[in-house]
Design a protein around this ligand. Structure first.
Ligand code: ATP
Ligand code: MN
Length: 477
């Protein structure tokens, strides 16, 4: 946006300025603003219009004095309508903004029938807003959510790019269920009403598009490993899919994952990267989306700002799984009721994760070295033969936000682990090849972008931090 000084006149802002920028211009500037009407109120012949174009949290207040704009036009200025307004910035007597726009010309681009426009001033539940996902982006809450998501995404790329990590576009369609990380979505072009059959009556998958069964990816990790063993430090950042039937506020069927993978790195390096990464991206959002975070702090969860500010300045805690179990057993012995019993060998449930991070340590905690039975086959076996070099990063309010590990780089041990988990080694031939040809110690993690968004915003349901949620029975928009 450019503000130009016209000879002998006031500042003039060029066409198409963002409201965010207009609000920073001095009194006397001539501007043209575009946006959607949030509210309108009339008082003693003067009309006050709040409008927003999504560029920032603050609305532009437009003041229309009596007689300036034709009555037919004014009648069309209702909540939801889309406008172009030209005029001059004047000092605003109201609180919250330095300037307001004194209108000279209003053009209505698009009316919004006030009898049916679903997004009224206040009082909508998140559930209702999900039903109008085509309009909710214009609300205060969702405007703030998606600006934070944008700032976060850019900060993620910046973090890795500044450190020389190569961005890998891992595939979305895959023919391997390598990770076994959860239920897969099957992708097929076969005619479901008329399936080709083998002589023995099974579905003939050789007739399918790829000549074999295909799925949507659950993770880009295995492909990221291929690239780490060629480019040293890499990351993926893309959509992943899990057909999990879990109808929880923390699970989506389509979500975005950030997966760095580092060669010549062990679990300590991985843990340090995760901590640095979370601090950097949280710091960026605190700085660049301040207005939006202040809104969340005021209206959604009044602990958001304090928590985030605390995280960027304090060290993360580190405990082993074995120590974590001891703490949970100790709590039980002191009368704490666990819904899911704790004992060495059991997976940590959300209630356990949250107890550790919210009550014991009151800060992010990295839990490492889990029993091998409850973790994936590719995690590096410790010398004790019972635990693997896994780590989960737990944060207050969310529980697990990151899952990662040092990978098993030794061919023989990896092979044994594949067999022990009842997997078919032939399916992993290329993954095993990486250990036959120039293997190296390496480690990485996966961050669920929407879990991070919940942490940043205090939003309670993961469906409300992604533009268009996919969950069981939900894929309308
Ligand atoms: P959880 O136990 O919470 O289901 P997970 O152990 O299955 O998670 P991983 O396979 O380790 O998760 O995936 C890495 C990260 O991806 C998790 O730490 C989490 O942030 C995120 N994640 C996993 N499953 C989902 C999901 N269904 N929806 C949104 N984010 C998810
Ligand atoms: Mn899961």
């Amino acid at each position: 946006m450019k503000a130009v000084n016209r000879p002998g006149g006031a500042n003039v802002i060029e066409k198409g300025s963002y409201i965010r920028d207009i609000l920073r211009q001095p009194v006397g500037t001539t501007v043209e603003a575009h946006g959607w009407v949030k509210t309108r109120r009339d008082s003693r012949g003067i009309h006050f219009i709040q409008m927003n174009d999504g560029s920032g949290f603050s609305d532009l207040q437009v003041v229309v004095e009596a007689g300036v704009v034709p009555a037919e036009t004014l009648a069309r200025v209702t909540t939801g309508a889309c406008l172009r307004v030209c005029g001059e910035l004047v000092a605003s007597p109201g609180a919250g903004q330095a300037v307001e726009l004194k209108a000279r010309v209003i053009e209505v681009y698009g009316d919004a029938d006030s009898a049916t426009y679903p997004l009224q001033k206040k009082g909508h539940t998140m559930e209702f807003l999900r039903e109008i996902a085509h309009l909710r982006a214009r609300s205060n809450t969702f405007g703030a959510v998606f600006r934070v998501r944008n700032v976060l995404s850019a900060a993620i790329h910046r973090f890795f790019q500044e450190r020389g990590f190569l961005y890998v576009h891992s595939p979305i369609l895959t023919t391997s269920d390598c990770e076994g990380a959860g239920a897969l979505f099957r992708v097929t072009t076969l005619d479901l009403m008329n399936l080709p059959r083998t002589p023995s009556g099974e579905v003939d998958t050789t007739a399918d598009f790829f000549g074999r069964p295909a799925y949507l990816t659950v993770s880009g990790q295995l492909e990221a490993e291929i690239f780490a063993l060629a480019f040293t430090n890499v990351y993926t950042f893309g959509p992943t899919f899990r057909a999990e039937q879990s109808n929880t506020p923390r699970h989506l069927a389509e979500f975005w994952m950030v997966e760095p993978e580092m060669a010549f790195a062990d679990l300590d390096d991985d843990r340090r990267l995760a901590e640095e990464f979370l601090k950097y991206t949280i710091g960026a959002v605190l700085e660049e989306a301040r207005d939006d975070l202040e809104f969340f702090n005021k209206r959604i969860d009044n602990t958001v700002l304090a928590t985030l500010e605390h995280v960027v300045t304090s060290g993360f805690e580190h405990v082993t799984y074995t120590e974590a179990i001891r703490l949970l057993e100790q709590a039980r012995d002191q009368g704490r009721q666990w819904e899911f019993p704790v004992h060495w060998g059991a997976d940590l449930q959300s209630e356990h994760e949250r107890y550790l991070t919210e009550e014991v340590f009151r800060k992010p905690v990295v839990v490492t070295d889990y029993p091998k039975e409850i973790k994936a086959f590719y995690m590096r076996l410790n010398d004790d033969g019972r635990t693997v070099r896994a780590m989960d990063v737990l944060v207050p309010r969310i529980g697990e936000i990151i899952g990662g590990s040092q990978r098993e780089e030794r061919y023989d041990i990896l092979r044994e682990r594949i067999d022990a988990q009842g997997l078919n080694a032939d399916d992993y031939w290329w993954y095993l090849d990486l250990r036959r040809y120039g293997s190296a110690p390496h480690a990485g993690f996966g961050l669920g972008l929407e879990r991070m968004m919940m942490y940043l915003t205090g939003m309670k349901n993961i469906r409300d931090v992604i533009p268009f949620a996919r969950a069981p029975g939900e894929a309308r928009f």
